[in-house]
Design a protein around this ligand. Structure first.
Ligand code: PEP
Length: 251
């Protein structure tokens, strides 16, 4: 049985005090909810304080990115050990905003995936196509290239410790969600690529999240699909009730 994993990506939202408050609200709303692995990813600035709120609860701490080096002259970056030290368990990697605005490549994402796995944390590997790519018939090529790139040199045993987030770029923050069928078909394809790269057993064991304007109103339909094992939630994760509404919509 694959785990349902729901992670809130707060992006560049909330001050430290607002983050602490929202984390408290998420913890309260998540009490006793065991349908999914629940995680939230605040900004780096707020992460340590949010960690204190999450300690001993069923909500895990995630971050939105990481650097692949151990330490040193990398202005503006945060290392895996620094994240691990405050209790981070999951790391979002290759988000389309990182790819689009900060030039993140599959090669760089791969270095980060390897580093996060080495540290024993869970990478959430984001992939997804633009509307132009989908309409241009390039959907499968784009996803295959992103997956091959992100998992280059990663052993099957390590790949089993990852989570994939399929996030169509055209659905992120737009209010436009992929239909249940579009998401299911694409995520089945993603699973078939994992099978080609590794094995059927591996492909069947990896949780594949959907991300892109997911909210309580559309979560039940998406989460009831065979190949959708949770969600990466942006906008709706900034409200504890909405975020938990998504989690509770899981079958
Ligand atoms: C995201 O940023 O990963 C995301 C899915 O955002 P939203 O839910 O706002 O579309």
């Amino acid at each position: 049985m694959r785990k349902i994993v729901v992670c809130g990506n707060w992006k560049m939202n909330k001050t430290v005090s607002e983050s602490v408050q929202l984390a408290k609200e998420v913890v309260a709303a998540a009490q006793g909810v065991d349908k999914a692995v629940i995680a939230i990813a605040p900004t780096f600035l707020a992460a340590a304080k949010v960690a204190d709120v999450l300690a001993g609860t069923n909500v895990k701490l995630a971050v939105q990115d990481i650097h692949f080096a151990d330490q040193g002259a990398f202005t503006g970056k945060v290392s895996v050990d620094m994240a691990k030290d405050i209790g981070v368990e999951m790391v979002i990697l290759g988000h389309s905003e990182q790819r689009q605005y900060f030039g993140e490549t599959d090669e760089l994402i791969n270095k980060k995936v390897v580093k996060v796995l080495e540290a024993g944390l869970t990478p959430i590997v984001c992939i997804g196509e633009t509307l132009e790519e989908r309409e241009g018939g390039k959907l499968e090529d784009v996803l295959t290239t992103q997956l091959k790139g992100a998992y280059a040199g990663v052993s099957e045993a390590d790949a089993a410790k990852t989570v994939v987030a399929y996030e169509p770029v055209w659905a992120i923050g737009t209010g436009v969600t992929a239909t249940d069928e579009q998401a299911q078909d694409t995520q089945a394809y993603v699973r078939s690529v994992l099978k080609d790269l590794y094995s059927e057993a591996l492909a069947e064991s990896v949780s594949i999240q959907y991300g892109g304007s997911m909210k309580p109103g559309n979560a039940a339909g998406l989460l009831s699909q065979t190949d959708i094992d949770g969600g990466l939630i942006g906008g709706a994760s900034l409200d504890a009730e909405m975020f938990l509404g998504v989690v509770k919509a899981a079958p």
